[in-house]
Ligand binder design. Structure first.
Ligand code: FE2
Length: 206
């Protein structure tokens, strides 16, 4: 398996292409402004696109999703974030906490992590967690946006902190390099310092 990262300089968004080199099957997480580049790679390498997944509904992540329709790929997104999508795909599959999506030899697990938006999800594939805008190296997602909730984000970060510590994190923007691991973040990220005290946590991140 290979994970290719695409960086769009417009808002420093990161998009990911998960590729099974043996079968040629692939999936895209948060197409964003890299959509055309990813699609030309898929066509050039004659890959079979199985799914497109959105970590949440914000326009900078869902941009270009229309280009992935009518390609026999399943589009996964959160029902709770439909109100945020500038363009809603016609027949999406809705994410659920704990749902396993079978695309490759190992399933991809959906973890509901509301807070940045009500329908924010992280996707766990093997030892890699795609965190969208929930968690970045050294910081966490904004909670001053429509549908945001600092209380929910706190619970979501606690949920993430309970995953195996050696899991690698690939986030939705190139902030502080965009990648880290759970151990580093739980030990050094300021968002985790006051995680056990709800009021202090909210004061810290607002
Ligand atoms: Fe966002």
């Amino acid at each position: 398996m290979k994970i290719k990262t695409y960086r769009s300089l417009r808002m420093d968004n990161l998009s990911y292409l998960l590729l099974d080199e043996k079968s040629g099957d692939c999936a895209v997480i948060d197409p964003s402004w890299s959509s055309k580049e990813i699609l030309s790679e898929i066509e050039k390498e004659e890959l079979s696109l199985k799914a497109v997944l959105l970590t949440h509904g914000h326009y900078d992540h869902s941009e270009g999703i229309d280009l992935f329709e009518n390609r026999n790929a399943e589009i996964f997104l959160a029902k709770e974030d439909l109100f945020l999508l500038p363009y809603a795909p016609k027949n999406p599959s809705f994410l659920e906490d704990g749902k396993k999506i079978n695309l490759f030899e190992e399933p991809l697990t959906c973890i509901h992590t509301p807070g940045h938006s009500p329908g924010s999800y992280c996707f766990l594939f093997k030892k890699t967690l795609f965190t969208g805008d929930t968690l970045f190296p050294g910081c966490c997602g904004r909670v001053d946006l429509p549908g945001s909730s600092p209380k929910e984000l706190r619970k979501s970060l606690i949920k993430i902190s309970k995953l195996p510590q050696d899991i690698e994190i690939l986030s939705g923007h190139f902030y502080n390099g965009g990648k880290s691991d759970i151990k580093t973040e739980t030990e050094t990220n300021p968002c985790f310092l006051n995680i056990n005290d709800e009021d202090a946590f909210i004061n810290e991140i607002l």
